[in-house]
Design a protein around this ligand. Sequence first.
Ligand code: GLA
Length: 426
Amino acid sequence: MARPALLQRRVSLLSLSLLCLVPLVQSNGNGLAQTPPMGWMAWERFRCDTDCKDDLENCISEKLFMDMADRLSEDGWRELGYEYVIIDDCWMSRIRDKNGTLQPDPDRFPSGIKRLADYVHNRGLKLGIYADMGRWTCMGFPGTTLDKIELDAQTFASWGVDYLKFDGCNSNALEQLLGYPLMSKALNATGRPMVYSCSWPVYIGSLPPEVNYTLLGDICHLWRNYYDIQDSWDSVQFIMDWFFNNQDYIQPAAGPGKWNDPDMLIIGNFGLSLEQSRTQMALWSIMASPLIMSNDLRSLDNAARAILQNKAAISINQDPLGIQGRRLFKEKTKIEVYWRPLVDAASALVFLSRRSDMPYHYHTSLEKLGFGKGNYEVYDVFEGSKPKPLNSTEQFTVSINPSGVVMWYLKPVKTDGFFFLLIHLL
Ligand code: GLA
């Protein structure tokens, strides 16, 4: 019997040679997701609650998705770009129908997915759904084995689905290597434009050489690189640290139509303070991450709503250049600085405090942060103050709260010295 390590090596060698046989199928050539997708997804907040008898408001049912579609369309979310309502695991019946087709649980989705898609579309929104490349989904519902890929893609298209999250539980590396590109091809073949979100990297170690980010960018619009987010500050830190520690591998992979996905926004739930919520919004915007909330939009408090609906943060996230930002520094003082270049020579800066004592006064200058010489205009994203002039050589101080951020949008100003001085004095 081969030892596990040996077996694993054989599988990866086989995978590598098979990779040459996989036809390159471009999924993201269809012009979708030119900026990171935005919307709402059930999983982190509502998990696999199927108990509609005792918990009608929160169970995974058509009512939950209709409620969220109502909120997205009536509470100003849609206009800001939050357009996808995404069903996660546990929507299915435990068995496929007599033709082998996936079907929703008849008690919890009595109108069927097509009617739910109509409901969502009538509100100017789009519908996402979940399936799993493997024998069962992560929660044990019917999976999509290789022989079912075409059928399931066609089923989703016939229901009017606009987005597929394709998970990878209960399959091996070889099946995934074949299945993820095949699903891309099958979705394209339906003729219905669907955003394709791949969970592939997280199942094969998240980094090269196991993960081929060039191939992912060719076949998927977004991909889950790393572990599931949970409702805690620890979890947010764990995920963001992984993303920035590995930025050299993953940052170049992102761009219009192809995004790294550090998982859902948990702002508005139970685990984050106000400061930590701003931190998640700020760093997800720096990372050009999908802004997919998983919270209860029916009972969101105003502070969480203001963060999630912050127009400056959203426009940084949705910047048309689509360049993912990077961590510039990790200071000994536990202050970190993040930066993302934006269209028109603008940029976003985030100063994060990993301290737990008191607001920290961080002194620096734009020059020290690597900015070119000249005059800039600075807008504080969460303070919402009037833009302030700042010369690259000028020393400035930001006061950063524990586990919080200061986030800036900056733009070079092309005034001459006299006018700049005038603005400065006014
Ligand atoms: C995996 C995924 C999660 C969620 C669950 C559903 O853990 O990473 O995002 O879809 O499965 O079972």
